[in-house]
Design a protein around this ligand. Sequence first.
Ligand SMILES: Cc1ncc(COP(=O)(O)O)c(C=O)c1O
Length: 369
Amino acid sequence: MELLPFTRPSIDEATIAGVAEVLRSGWLTSGPQVKAFEAALSRHCGGRPVRAFNSGTAALEVALRLAGVGPGDEVITTSLSSVATANVILEVGAKPVFVDVDFQSRNIDLSLVEKAISRKTRAILPVDLAGLPVDRDHLYRISMEKNLRVIEDACQSFGARWKTRAIGSFGDLVAFSFHANKNVTSAEGGAIVLPDEKSATLCEKLRLQGVTRNGEDGMEVDVLGGKWNLTDVAARIGLGQLARLEEFTARRRALARRYFERWSAPGCALPPRDFENSNWHMFQVALPEHAPRPAFIARMREAGIAVGVHYPAMHLFALYRALGWREGEFPNAERLGRSMATLPLFPAMADTDVERVCGAARKVLADLA
Ligand SMILES: Cc1ncc(COP(=O)(O)O)c(C=O)c1O
């Protein structure tokens, strides 16, 4: 039996042909396709300026630098995310300050943020885990009142909405990822939505070695930049994907609804039933305490179904323990980080695959009881 993956990109023939054209064009790296991708992303984000990057991680790191975050600063974030979320804070020389997540939403518990604010706090970096947006009204109320910058880690929530408005069409700095597992992919890639045109010049410099060009042969470097530009090959994939965003999101929502209808294994915590805002990047269930996740994953694989792990609570990684974090500090993140299982969900999945996953999970969890 062929293994049902937990995700798989849907790349159509028109996109493959488009990539072949780029390969034949003689222009492989950042060029017209990147410009077209940025323009299309900007249209999706209500006309706000967008700059493309070669990963979501790079986009987050540059967003932090654009927000002026550096050594001596603190950034409040969640421990339940890709480790990229906190690694970039360390990369710019600042300190991540974790707060726990809300058990239901699995996102940063905004009611705990105010207590974590100190004189050194410069920014909040919330994550829309599984594509479920953090409450933007509450988030920006805090940031306005406390005069903090916001870097939205929207790496998983491209295509999601907050009360009818597209994520990225409002707010401070918003970072997206177009990694192969994301709802819209460019193989690897990312983008920052900027709050104003003024920041675009610095953003472009930070993206590529700090270089400014002028005239026929002028070049100046006045700031340290990285090597984070997107290729035209990747941008062409992204353009092909972007054209199908509505279709992909609708299909993901339909599959998520089906999971809610068909799920029958007792004792699991299901995600919030959000069909207004979430882009359903992932469908994650928290397993009951009696079912160790490694055994669940192994038994599901035997049944021909792949299960993903997104993510262990990152404050318990050795790098972060060495910086002082300990077990027991963030009980919800730790419990979810140990027990959450990402079930298969991707647009090309058949309705009957949902039945198969639900049936297998029910049996495996009964056996593990
Ligand atoms: C929440 C979150 N933040 C950051 C990243 C980093 O994105 P990328 O893999 O494109 O660097 C990811 C992707 O894995 C993510 O899911």
